[in-house]
Design a protein around this ligand. Structure first.
Ligand code: FE
Length: 391
């Protein structure tokens, strides 16, 4: 038996934020990040609409990027004091992810992160509050997913939380919020969305329920990402929906080794952080070539769906990779880790260790082709030098 879970309601379109006026409840806490939602006036609007709905409103502000265990615990404590029946999270992936974890600790103060990290083992939520998410970036799709990533900075560990209990009750996909994204963030988050959809489509857990969502998302990203990057408002809007469709697919079909590699290389090098979407964009064509040994037919489906011409699966897979390469070039994304600026000696030193960690990542299990640590090290080396994957 398999399960397919999405939020109960999804509101979309310009101005859909106004749906907050109609929420029924007594108290709402708003979980938000740095300053952009405040600066652009969306935080004030959110507060105003909730007050119009007759609710008492409290703010939990300044959730940092890659939110920490401490922030989650502080938020849960604020919730226990205020006793909200709605948790409203607004912003990029970080405040929404943090709010999901706060929700669990609000309802179950005695639980621990160690208990929550076993996938799909959460206690039953919604005993005290329901959850509404409003994304301001077009990539993570955390507004529709069962996932949250919290960092323990003391232990240097990332806790990937996964449970359908933390799939939000309501997602508000209002493109006006996404208009605030700068171009580089638009490029990276857009390629993250493309990677979500491609990995979900070829995942070992793909299904007739997730396939149409993944294919449509891929087609829309190819149609709209370049213009969205250039600031076109309609393209921005379509990308906001495309990333959400991709999220609906991957929350149910899971991901693959592009994400395993991005997770384990993101913070591995002294030359600086590789943004998540940028890492995915670099790795995606190399991983397609590796996976095509066993999943060529699925990648060929994708190629045909987006209008690529060709007969043999191999030809279609090659053309799909070239198309992704061309998009990366247009979006200012480097072709290799070397071009990104990772130091060669440091890469060589660390590659075997990173490869072992990447094989052990939670996303490796649903990848369509099995991979050994030795193969992973070889694959990472190809992404470093920009060389052909032929094994
Ligand atoms: Fe991602």
């Amino acid at each position: 038996m398999a399960r397919f879970t999405l939020p109960r309601d999804l509101y979309y379109g310009k101005g859909s934020l106004e749906i907050l006026k109609t929420l029924k409840g007594k108290r709402a806490i708003i979980v938000v990040g740095g300053g952009s939602m405040k600066r652009f006036g969306f935080l004030d609007k959110t507060v105003g609409y909730l007050k119009e709905a007759g609710m008492e409103v409290e703010l939990f502000e300044n959730v940092e990027p890659d939110p920490s265990v401490e922030t989650v615990m502080r938020g849960a404590q604020a919730m226990r004091k205020f006793q909200p029946d709605w948790i409203v999270s607004i912003g990029g992936g970080s405040p929404i992810d943090a709010a999901k974890a706060m929700w669990a600790f609000y309802e179950y103060p005695d639980t621990t992160f160690e208990q929550l990290i076993t996938p799909f083992s959460f206690p039953e939520l919604r005993q005290k509050a329901k959850f509404l998410a409003i994304p301001s970036t077009s990539g993570t799709a955390t507004e529709v997913t069962a996932f949250s990533v919290i960092t323990d900075y003391q232990k240097g560990v990332k806790y990937p939380l996964a449970d359908y209990n933390i799939t939000p009750d309501i997602a508000v996909v209002d493109p006006e919020l996404a208009e605030t994204m700068p171009p580089t963030l638009t490029a990276h988050t857009g390629m993250d969305a493309l990677t979500h959809a491609v990995e979900a489509y070829v995942s070992t857990l793909n299904s007739p329920f997730t396939d149409p969502l993944a294919l449509k998302a891929i087609d829309m990203v190819f149609d709209y990402l370049p213009a969205s990057y250039e600031g076109d408002a309609n393209a921005r809007e379509q990308m906001h929906y495309a990333q959400c469709l991709a999220g609906m697919a991957f929350t149910n079909a899971l991901l693959g080794i592009v994400h395993s590699m991005a997770h384990k290389t993101g913070a591995a090098f002294s030359t600086g952080h590789i943004p998540h979407g940028c890492a995915n964009a670099i790795y995606l064509p190399y991983v397609i070539k590796f996976n095509a040994k066993t999943a060529a037919a699925r990648y060929a489906d994708i190629a045909r769906f987006v209008g690529i011409q060709g007969d043999a699966d191999d030809e279609l897979v090659g053309k799909l990779c070239s198309k992704i390469d061309a998009y990366n070039a247009k979006l200012g994304i480097p072709k290799s880790l070397k071009e990104f600026g990772i130091d060669e000696a440091e890469f060589k030193n660390k590659v075997n260790n990173i490869a072992a960690l990447a094989v052990g990542d939670a996303c490796t299990g649903s990848n369509p082709r099995e991979i050994t640590p030795e193969q992973m090290a070889k694959l990472l080396t190809c992404t470093y030098y920009g060389t052909e994957v032929d094994f």
